[in-house]
Design a protein around this ligand. Sequence first.
Ligand code: TPP
Ligand code: DXP
Ligand code: MG
Length: 622
Amino acid sequence: MSNELRDQFLTTPPAIPLLETLDSPEALRQLLPAQLPQVAEEIRQWLLYCVPKTGGHFGAGLGVVELTIALHYLLNTPDDAIVWDVGHQCYPHKILTGRRQAMLSMRQKQGLAPFPSRSESPYDAFGTGHSSTSISAALGMALAAGLQQQEKRCVAVIGDGAMTAGMAFEALNHAGHTQANLLVILNDNDMSISPNEGGLATYLATNHRATTEPQLDGRTTASLFEALNFTYTGPIDGHDFAQLLPALKQVLNQPGPQFLHLITQKGRGFAPAEADPVGFHALNKLESPSQTDASVSTQASTQASTQPSARRLRFCNHFARWVCQQAQEDLRLVAITPAMREGSDLVAFSQKFPERYFDVAIAEQHAATLAAGFAVAGCKPVLAIYSTFLQRAYDQWIHDIALQKLDVLIAVDRAGLVGEDGATHAGCYDLAFLRCLPEMLLLTPADGQETERMLAFAYQHPGPAAVRYPRGTAGELPQLQQAPPLPQAHLLRQGSQAALLNFGPLLPQALIVAEALDLTLVDMRLVKPLDHSMLKRLQAQHSLWISLEDHAQVGGAGSALAEYLQQEHADNALLILGIPDRWIEHASREEQLAECGLDAAGIEAQIRAWWASSPCQHKREK
Ligand SMILES: Cc1ncc(C[n+]2csc(CCOP(=O)(O)OP(=O)(O)O)c2C)c(N)n1
Ligand SMILES: CC(=O)[C@@H](O)[C@H](O)COP(=O)(O)O
Ligand SMILES: [Mg+2]
């Protein structure tokens, strides 16, 4: 990050004399309207001071400062409910609801949650993180208020990006058939993470920008939402209190489903973020004022196009390198992303192969069945999707792809613990929900070179396949340079005490523990199908097996081994090491792994404890 850019971030606490007096929305509501612009200015200053220190989401929060103030000013929160869609824009909300100082603990272990969290504050009406849930949740609250004869106002704040998901329209469609006192506020900044080439709703919702088609005027947008029985108001300037306050007052006092369309600017109030809303969607934590090499933006730092040195390539950069190379060789390849171009690192692909690149907006279900359609037509679709967001497309994966045995490859990114984004974004369940499908091919690379090998292998496979890899740097393990051809498992060390079977990126830890405890170490590489010839060999050599994976213990690779042993009527004992059966809250990925006993020390300790507690026939072999 450039020095001058870094210097624009406040390195000393800003003066926030008015904000310092606001420890609750009740205090805010004592102010005069004329004081609200100063509150907005001081919130922006506080964001500029805190977020570079903690890392986290940036542009979206800057874009809703006035809206947040206006909502808490006019509503009786927390009795009235605000549901923040996605929730990445909630930092001003947290600042105004008693968490101003705590912002310096944002996304840290035991610190503020990265998104709204009901367990964190009564002002956080609904936990979010995955997009497009706010209208459904707020509608549920509004209908309940009606049943309970409560005078409660329920507000969903949803972005134009989140509005592109089918779930948002399911909720709008239902709401329009009720007389719920629900306010839906469209925060329209014409951005998702990437520029928002979303669906019709977004196009219409931004038609005030449709200068090429003047007939698409405000009435067009209104007609879309009025057709769904909403009373439409807007579009109005979401940064202008003079427009915002009267409009909000009006819609909050009208009965039935209301739709308020605001025009805002992502990154508002910080020139670099206004100029680059993609790059400033989220910030990396600035470790020190002297930091110059790490890009300020998490989006930039995910991209191979930023040319990180080979040792610092992230797993997604290896995906980027492979998919571009493969597309060069195979014209049938098409790449699909549900609005995560930067995160999945499809930036270079989108520039090199624009006609074969499809960003479907936040529409994971559609993305999966679109891939199915491509496959039926003889294309070779590659669906790049975070593990946690793949959960949205599960039925499509089963019904439209696996059941039809279609040739679709999922590059499952952010598999396993993801660190600061916490439990809503953890990719801990994909092996469980994919492994149970007949004829699935499931691979788990341990480093960068293996990621590219496995993507190539899975791409050649003529049916449904998935390669899962985590967030973060991939590394290049010298021990894997001479791996056997896939789909064979890779015997890395012959030991005497037990067999350690690794699945995925915890191999560096496994190497340390195998040496310390004299374990046989195998990088299994595939979860489905398992390499039975390797397993038969291990069955004969070791009565004690230990499996290791960055996935829930329940239903993952260890469970696959348990099922194998049971089918073989084997009496080998199996210790399954993975993410324990509980929610893992936000922290750094390293802290999360340690909490789960998945750092080297934790793995060794769990094995020693198991040995100590095992019945005698499973004691260590010597
Ligand atoms: C189901 C789901 N898919 C993808 C994401 C990743 N994501 C987080 S924010 C975002 C863009 C949201 O755009 P918008 O709602 O317009 O909010 P803005 O950032 O513009 O304020 C995306 C795609 C997500 N959180 N949930
Ligand atoms: C809010 C949201 O869902 C995304 O911004 C997500 O936080 C991106 O995650 P990565 O930082 O792992 O790309
Ligand atoms: Mg947006």
